[in-house]
Design a protein around this ligand. Structure first.
Ligand SMILES: [Zn+2]
Length: 412
């Protein structure tokens, strides 16, 4: 496992924070530092067709060692880290044989990673954990995924007796700002299907995510001296508030879980003259997603009837549930599930309450479920990863590749 630890640490020490306010790809210049290193490393371990394009997307091939046709499959991770928390001078701490008690991340600042608060920690008693020093995030999201993919490729190259078809790997920038898939060249990648190694705890396997849209409500009021406003003033704040009061009270993030969708209004600003509400719609079910959009349109229509043509709504689709694209090729999930079972890992299949790059890639023609990479508490100072989980994820990659060769052998 030492090679996994060393490899992971060599990645997290490179700051690759992305920036939502930048329009370039990659969004930050510093992401090149890891992209270039990864390209070099893939060449060094013996991967073929190693390429890095003008947007820093790194791709490489592990050629088939069979003389029959086996589908090309892919594995994908992102090398940027979240803009929500500093990724500068990451100083990983290695806790061997974790005793199940509080972990002092930073004595000086009294920052403690406690199983009383983060109960997931308890399942890793006796394992080796990698944590932060309390000042930065760790970057296991998603450098754990990269570590696992590179290590699995190295293992297959060094163990040529394991039969496998062609495997493509890709490392992408800017996932954390929702742009990881935007410039992904699906055609060049050339895989029939792929997996993002970008989930959290051991066993996670995901092929359902939200359908997602953004919503903007604008209210144009009319400001008049309040002393002489009768019959003249239109108060945009009051009408915008009326809109919010007509929203279903229980269908909001704080009241929903699992497969329940919601409306979420996260920004409200305004004065008498003009008010604006920004929000999002989320639902796994496409019909319910559409019904939510219709409800908003109807409320706006009713308000227009009552107050005149002063309120407008703009709804923009953001991404869709990959399930629609995965279900017709369900064997790609079955193979991953089988791989975990063969390795005595209990598969945790559950809908994602968010989106992944895989959902966008699935709609771009590359069906792409998501598999655990092992880390916890992403995007903050409490992020940690058990080394055993990274090892197990590496095993899952190898097993999926083996099963794909075997499955398509049986079919032939
Ligand atoms: Zn991620």
């Amino acid at each position: 496992m030492q090679n996994i630890i060393d490899r992971f640490i060599s990645y997290v020490k490179i700051d690759t924070q992305s920036d939502p306010n930048s329009n370039t790809t990659p969004s930050t210049e510093k992401q090149w530092n890891l992209a270039n290193k990864l390209a070099e490393e893939l060449k060094a371990i013996g991967m073929e067709d190693v390429s890095i394009d003008e947007n820093a997307y790194v791709m490489a091939t592990l050629p088939s060692n069979l003389d029959r046709e086996v589908p090309t499959i892919g594995f994908i991770s992102h090398f940027d880290t979240s803009p929500d928390f500093s990724g500068t001078n990451v100083n990983p701490q290695i806790i061997e044989n974790y005793d199940g008690n509080d972990i002092i991340l930073n004595e000086e600042k009294n920052i403690i990673l406690s199983p009383n608060y983060f109960s997931d920690l308890k399942q890793y008693k006796g394992q080796t954990l990698i944590t932060t020093d309390g000042n930065t995030l760790l970057g296991a999201d998603d450098k754990a995924g990269i570590t696992e993919i590179v290590t699995a490729m190295e293992y297959l190259i060094n163990n040529a007796h394991i039969h496998h078809g062609p495997v493509r790997v890709a490392f992408t920038p800017d996932e954390e700002i929702g742009r990881g898939a935007h410039k992904f060249d699906v055609k060049k990648f050339g895989a029939q299907w792929a997996y993002t190694m970008d989930g959290s705890q051991i066993g996670e396997l995901e092929y359902e995510n939200f359908n997602a849209a953004s919503v903007k409500i604008k209210v144009q009021g009319k400001s008049v001296h309040p002393g002489y406003a009768k019959g003249k003033m239109i108060n945009a704040v009051i009408i915008a508030n009326e809109f919010l009061s007509l929203m279903p009270k229980k269908e909001m993030p704080q009241f929903t879980s699992y497969r329940e969708g919601f409306f979420h209004f996260y920004d409200f600003k305004g004065d008498v003259e003009y008010a604006e509400i920004n929000g999002i719609i989320r639902d796994h079910d496409r019909d319910k997603f559409d019904a939510r959009k219709e409800l908003l349109q109807r409320v706006v229509f009713d308000l227009t009837e009552r107050f005149g043509d002063i309120i407008s709504i703009e709804i923009k689709d953001q991404y869709y549930n990959m399930k629609e694209k995965i279900e017709p090729v369900m064997h790609i999930v079955d193979i991953a599930e089988q791989a975990m079972k063969d390795l005595e890992i209990e598969p945790l299949i559950k809908p994602i309450r968010g989106g992944t790059d895989g959902s966008q890639l699935s709609y771009m023609g590359l069906p792409c479920p998501n598999i655990f990479a092992g880390g916890h508490n992403f995007h903050g100072r409490y992020e940690y990863v058990p080394v055993e989980s990274m090892k197990r994820a590496t095993d899952v990659i190898v097993k999926i590749i083996e099963l794909t060769a075997k499955y398509y052998n049986d079919e032939a």
